[in-house]
Design a protein around this ligand. Structure first.
Ligand code: AMP
Ligand code: MG
Length: 491
């Protein structure tokens, strides 16, 4: 490619510069036979990157970390984390690299990061690699989340490496090029705290404030303000997951961002039938990260963040605890407010002033609907979409989905009294989500070399609220023989 095209890619190294103790300079493993499987041209545009260039031989090598633009230094990031409740003092990017940061056309700084780029000093027993299926899953689900309006890391590309990778069987290797507003995690703070280097911990917090919550710098206690902002954004984020039936699957503290973006799509899934106990991850034997547990786990993870940040809140440990507990104590209310407000919108009810009988009636309607949904196998996504027909006067599609018909009829009558707005419902209740059976079908075909089902599904979930004729198949749940769905961590 021409020098002019390359000059469009300039990577900063701000993280590596400001937090060198958390950054190990490293090189990506060379891919024997790279093949670009999918490129996010829209995102490339937002980042000010030339899609044409990214499709070129050199551009694809850049997406793999094999071509490093002059002046940039890829690094593996160090972090710690609680995995399924157990603490690991050293995790870090075992198979990932931060290539550097780019400033998008909107002026925002974003990380360009690789997953599956080979072993690093943090690899432990891992092979440093990733395979086509799971990398395409992350691409698809993260882009679906973004289209749903839920904060998420984005996916710029998946490149097949041409190298077979050993899992249960031999599978085609791939690298995901990921974009995030940063890769700061709860686990980053846990790691910094464990080093007992107070200067590092403070620089990490300052870096987070500057990148994500600049207004916190003006607070009386900026670090407490930072913590409070993370609590609030995570409460909002997890409420958004719950409202669309998303199950992250591995809410370890190293998979929870400071920015409030959803990160690390491993064994994640969207719930089909409404079931608060739903677990999809094959490695989550105890159901720790079940659907209904997600808010509790988020709060637990934030308590770990508070512990890590404690010396920043106040030099006197005793004095630090009370304000931290108070800030963390906001989580439940913030979560519940966000969830109730979201549920009311899903029911087409515009927010009534708190304390009014309308507001109370709306909250009761939410509670009794959840009871109805729990009662029988009801497809969560399709039910809300069918309910907008009921708002327009046709109860049949939603009514046909529940077991307790008398209960439903009584509920609908009360709901109609509040004059639900069907158009509002259609703007917040997706018609299309990445349904598990469709994702599996698409990934299985892609692993065999046929990208068509993946490309079609991606197109569908990119416009989740815009119901189009001919796509009925994408609105339906799995047939019964799909069985109980599990995703596997053999990523
Ligand atoms: P994850 O479950 O993807 O959040 O990863 C948890 C930790 O395991 C992180 O430190 C990863 O870098 C590391 N890891 C996961 N898979 C591999 C692999 N194949 N090779 C090396 N490290 C890995
Ligand atoms: Mg992770």
């Amino acid at each position: 490619m021409t020098a002019a095209a390359e000059s469009t890619v300039t990577l900063d190294g701000r993280f590596a510069r400001e937090l060198s103790e958390l950054a190990v300079p490293w090189q990506a493993e060379e891919a024997p036979q790279p093949k670009l499987l999918v490129l996010n041209e829209e995102l490339a545009g937002e980042l000010g990157l030339d899609a044409e260039y990214l499709r070129s031989t050199e551009g694809v090598r850049l997406l793999l970390g094999n071509h490093v633009p002059e002046g940039s230094t890829p690094v593996a990031q160090a972090y710690a984390g609680h995995q399924f409740g157990g603490y690991s003092p050293l995790l870090g990017d075992g198979r990932a690299l931060l290539l550097g940061e780019v400033t998008g056309t909107d002026g925002r700084l974003r990380d360009i990061h690789l997953k599956g780029s080979g072993r690093t000093p943090f690899a432990r027993a891992g092979d440093g690699r990733a395979v086509v299926g799971p990398m395409l899953r992350e691409y698809l689900v993260s882009e679906a989340m973004h289209a749903l309006g839920i904060p998420s890391t984005r996916s710029l590309a998946v490149v097949a490496t041409g190298r077979p990778v050993r899992r249960d069987t031999m599978l085609p290797g791939a690298v995901l090029t990921r974009v995030a507003s940063s890769h700061l995690r709860v686990g980053s703070f846990q790691y910094a705290r464990a080093t007992e280097n107070m200067d590092l911990l403070r620089r990490l917090a300052d870096h987070a404030i500057s990148r994500h919550y600049p207004e916190a710098a003006q607070a009386d206690n900026p670090y407490l303000a930072l913590f409070g902002r993370v609590v609030a954004t995570q409460a909002e984020l997890v409420a958004r997951w719950m409202l669309v039936g998303f199950i992250h699957g591995v809410m370890n503290t190293d998979n929870m961002t400071i920015s409030g973006e959803t990160i690390d799509y491993g064994p994640c899934a969207f719930m089909d039938a409404f079931n608060p106990a739903a677990v999809f991850s094959s490695i989550d034997v105890g159901g720790r990260y079940a659907y209904a547990n997600q808010p509790v786990i988020a709060e637990w993870n934030l308590a770990r963040l508070a512990e890590a940040m404690l010396p920043l809140f106040n030099e006197d440990q005793e004095q630090a605890v009370a304000p931290a507990v108070e800030a963390l104590g906001m989580f439940r209310r913030q979560y519940s407010d966000a969830w109730f407000a979201g549920m009311k919108t899903k029911l087409g009810l515009t927010e009534a002033p708190a304390g009014t009988t309308e507001a109370e009636e709306a909250s009761e309607l939410v509670d009794s609907l959840v009871a109805l949904l729990k009662d029988g196998p009801v497809d969560y996504t399709l039910f809300f979409r069918n309910l907008s027909h009921a708002a327009r006067g046709n109860n049949r599609p939603a009514r046909g989905m529940v077991l307790d018909l008398a209960g439903f009829d009584a509920w609908v009558e009360r709901w109609h009294d509040l004059k639900p707005d069907a158009d509002l419902m259609d703007r917040v209740n997706p018609a299309y989500i990445p349904r598990n059976h469709l994702v599996e079908e698409a990934l299985a075909a892609a692993t065999e070399g046929d990208l068509d089902p993946f490309t079609r599904l991606l197109e569908v979930v990119r416009a989740p609220f815009d119901e189009r004729p001919g796509l009925e198949r994408y609105t339906e749940g799995a047939s019964e023989d799909f069985g109980s769905y599990q995703t596997f961590c053999g990523t």
